[in-house]
Write a protein that binds this ligand. Structure first.
Ligand SMILES: [Zn+2]
Length: 68
């Protein structure tokens, strides 16, 4: 059994995490990888930022807040 994710696997899990909840084992392995890998940590931060931005845009469409 492979203990650590490769960067490719970590990226895949980070993407999957946007669509579904990862299992405990997946999250644990991802966390271990992120604790050792800065580039995947940055990737994960970007994914979260993009996701939040998309949620904000989705929300913005249904409200009448001041638009530029
Ligand atoms: Zn990595």
């Amino acid at each position: 059994m492979r203990i650590f994710y490769t960067c490719k696997q970590a990226h895949q899990k980070l993407s999957e995490n946007l669509d579904r909840e990862l299992s405990l084992a997946e999250r644990t392995q991802l966390k271990i990888h992120l604790s050792m890998c800065r580039s995947c940590t940055n990737f994960g931060t970007q994914m979260r930022t993009i996701r939040m931005a998309m949620q904000e845009m989705a929300k913005g469409k249904s409200s009448d807040r001041d638009e530029p």
